[in-house]
Ligand binder design. Structure first.
Ligand code: SF4
Ligand code: SF4
Ligand code: SF4
Length: 313
């Protein structure tokens, strides 16, 4: 296949970025959730597919209602119906799943963003006792964005969407309704206030501290053991996420369209390897190849927005 000038340019940018990454990135430590990490718990078994969350998301972000079926530059949240490979424990042949940014504990999108347009709020901020104190929300600063689309390529969940129709396109993704935070309140609503969670009529969406949401998820599993599968998606996958998922017994997370991920984050693995001193000379060559491969793999699905994720037949 012919490698276009655009592909080569992208590879060159990636290689250049690797060459100037700071010394502090070496010997990269594993990132743990912030003590002040907020998040959401989505319970697929409670969701009734009303679409209220998607409508509230659009309103909250000033985007037009267009009955979305997929994430796009004007849709930051969508609820999908997935056909299952086999019936769930309760006999259901479909399952619902809400998709949005997962607010990863150690996000690949942040790792590859050269100018820090994507950043994890409060990363590195510590209180007097040395404890991490950030909210962990993955925020986007459009004034710093180059429009290079590396975040799209790096995200294992295929979340960031590109404004293809704009003259100077930027990306779009959920920022956990940070703009709706109410500092007058105590608790998690003082730092963010997701419109989607506020309107859910079925109790399928809950916003709060990530640690509390994990406790709540385990409580539900223990209270109704036949109802849920054992895993809580996002507890550990890909280094953990701040949006967590419960699924019905007999429904796998692959059924819901999630990738199988290792427990460690890709950001940790790639930064550790690419910044190892003995590999510094090889990093640009490797990144040329990796960037070209990833751009080719993702170009087809991402250029044809909104067909980023295919539903099962
Ligand atoms: S889901 Fe994707 S866009 Fe969201 S924080 Fe994780 S890597 Fe970034
Ligand atoms: S938190 Fe806000 S931006 Fe994110 S999906 Fe919910 S309503 Fe949309
Ligand atoms: S508002 Fe709640 S019940 Fe309705 S589609 Fe969204 S998550 Fe499901």
């Amino acid at each position: 296949m012919r490698v276009s000038r655009r592909l080569l340019l992208k590879g060159a940018v990636a290689a250049g970025a690797a060459a100037v990454l700071p010394e502090r990135a070496r010997a990269r430590e594993r990132v743990e959730p912030e003590a002040g990490a907020v998040g959401m718990l989505y319970d697929s078994t409670r969701c009734v597919g009303c679409g209220g969350c998607a409508a509230a998301c659009k309103e909250s972000n000033g985007q037009p209602w267009d009955d979305p079926r997929e994430l796009s530059s004007t849709t930051r949240s969508v609820v999908k119906t997935r056909r299952l490979g086999r019936p769930a424990a309760d006999g259901a042949v479909t399952a619902l799943v809400k998709r949005q940014c997962m607010h990863c504990v150690d996000p690949s999108c942040v790792s590859v963003c050269v100018l820090g347009a994507l950043h994890k709020e409060g990363r590195g901020k510590r209180d007097m006792g040395g404890e991490r104190r950030g909210t962990g929300i993955v925020l986007y600063d459009k004034d710093l964005c180059l429009g290079c689309r590396y975040c799209q390529i790096a995200c294992a969940f295929a979340i960031p969407r590109f404004e293809w129709r704009e003259a100077f396109p930027l990306i779009s993704k959920c920022e956990l309704c940070r703009h709706r935070a109410d500092p007058a309140q105590e608790g998690p609503r003082a730092v963010a206030n997701p419109a989607c969670a506020q309107v859910c009529p079925a109790g399928a969406l809950q916003y709060g501290w990530r640690a509390d949401l994990l406790v709540e998820a385990r409580r539900r599993q223990a209270a109704e053991p036949g109802r849920y599968q054992e895993r809580i998606f996002g507890e550990k996958e890909g280094g953990g996420t701040q949006v967590l998922y419960l699924a019905a017994a007999g429904v796998s997370f692959a059924d819901l369209g999630f990738p199988e991920l290792p427990e460690g984050s890709y950001a940790h693995a790639s930064e550790t390897v690419s910044h190892a001193p003995y590999l510094n000379g090889l990093a640009p060559i490797g990144l040329y190849a990796a960037a070209a491969y990833l751009v080719r793999r993702n170009r087809k699905e991402q250029e044809g927005e909104p067909s980023h994720e295919e539903e099962k037949p």
